[in-house]
Design a protein around this ligand. Structure first.
Ligand code: CA
Length: 363
């Protein structure tokens, strides 16, 4: 008898729990979500800064108003470099930034933005979405209670703005340059002084001599900041950021509270904007470069081959040394470098060979 009672009671308790959780799920299914998204970019900044705005708009439209996301520029609620902590702690549900800003907290995060002489935009998209990249990124961020989603790519950047010519690697010595991530580590090893500054402080810092040089993005974004008014030489190629990927980060508890259809909507909106941002840069960089050179008289310069070669060698040393002392970095880089090797082999005879053929044809 006791046994039967126990089974009956257990069945009742189970059924109560299960109907309670179904009710909870149903409530979440229809409830309205109002989230706050903090960014590392000035409010409404073209390109980078508009990416989270577009994600918010798409999510609201696709969810028919069930999910409303308010986007805040850097400094409005949280400073540019406070985005990671704000979302990790749950004070804000979402953030938009670059993972390499968090190298002091999570060194392995740098591989998900940009690696010197690493993957281009198409290639990092493929590693993240079709290789092991995204799974590794989520594993690396999980201890920080963060769920990352790729959300934008600028394409290959420019090396940046300088007030003197770079004729040899010796010219890097003592130069104070805003250059974040692994690129900054390489710059330091070359004798330079890398400085990390948020976007909003770059122009004034360059103009007042707080820094001697800065990298930012490329012609489209650099023109909006007016760097040509503070520096004469504009150097390429952007060996340090061949295809930087931006991140949408979400507090895991907030993420887990969402019904499945809203999770799918957010992932889909971010993926659409990830490509859309790259298209925007591809479309806008050309006319911006013409304006910089033809209207503003900017001196466009290619880094000498031996300087590029020095940066390449130093990059290999810096990465090798970093992964030797950090098993998480090693795990991520093993996947990244294997993907890079495989993808390079085909790209050498496809895209690289084609671009070379097109240039020789004079088109
Ligand atoms: Ca950059």
């Amino acid at each position: 008898m006791k046994k039967i009672l126990y089974i009956l009671t257990a069945a009742l308790v189970f059924s109560a729990c299960s109907s309670e959780s179904t009710e909870q799920t149903n409530q979440n299914e229809f409830k309205t979500y109002k989230w706050r998204l903090v960014t590392a970019w000035p409010k409404n900044y073209p390109g980078l800064g508009m990416a989270p705005e577009r994600i918010a708009k798409l999510v609201e439209e696709m969810s028919q108003g069930q999910m409303q996301i308010t986007v805040f520029g850097a400094g409005e609620q949280v400073q540019a470099f406070g985005v990671f902590d704000a979302v990790s702690s749950g004070s804000h549900q979402m953030g938009h930034s670059g993972s390499y800003f968090w190298k002091g907290k999570v060194p392995a995060a740098q591989f998900f933005t940009a690696v010197p002489f690493g993957l281009t935009a198409d290639e990092i998209n493929a590693w993240i979405h079709r290789g092991d990249g995204l799974e590794l990124w989520r594993e690396v961020y999980e201890p920080f209670n963060l769920y990352p989603i790729p959300a934008g790519n600028t394409g290959t950047q420019m090396f940046g703005w300088f007030n003197k010519e770079i004729n040899s690697i010796e010219d890097i010595k003592g130069l104070k340059m805003r250059i974040p991530g692994l690129g900054g580590e390489v710059f330091k090893r070359a004798g330079g002084i890398p400085i990390t500054l948020p976007a909003g402080e770059l122009f004034t810092s360059l103009q007042t001599g707080v820094i001697d040089a800065t990298e930012w993005v490329g012609p489209y974004n650099d023109l909006t900041f007016g760097f040509h008014q503070a520096a004469d030489y504009y150097y390429y190629p952007g060996w340090h950021e061949p295809g930087p990927m931006l991140e949408l980060i979400i507090n895991i508890d907030a993420w887990n509270s969402l019904p499945d259809h809203l999770k799918i909507i957010i992932e889909t909106a971010a993926k659409a904007v990830n490509q859309d941002l790259l298209d925007e840069y591809t479309a806008m960089n050309n006319s911006a470069l013409k304006e910089l050179v033809d209207v503003h008289g900017v001196q466009l310069r290619k880094l000498p081959d031996d300087v590029i070669e020095s940066f390449r060698k130093i990059s290999e040393e810096v990465i090798e040394e970093s992964i030797a002392t950090d098993p998480v970095m090693k795990k991520v880089y093993d996947s990244y470098s294997k993907f890079k090797q495989d993808v390079s082999e085909y790209h050498e005879i496809s895209e690289d060979a084609f671009v070379e053929a097109r240039q020789k044809g004079g088109n």
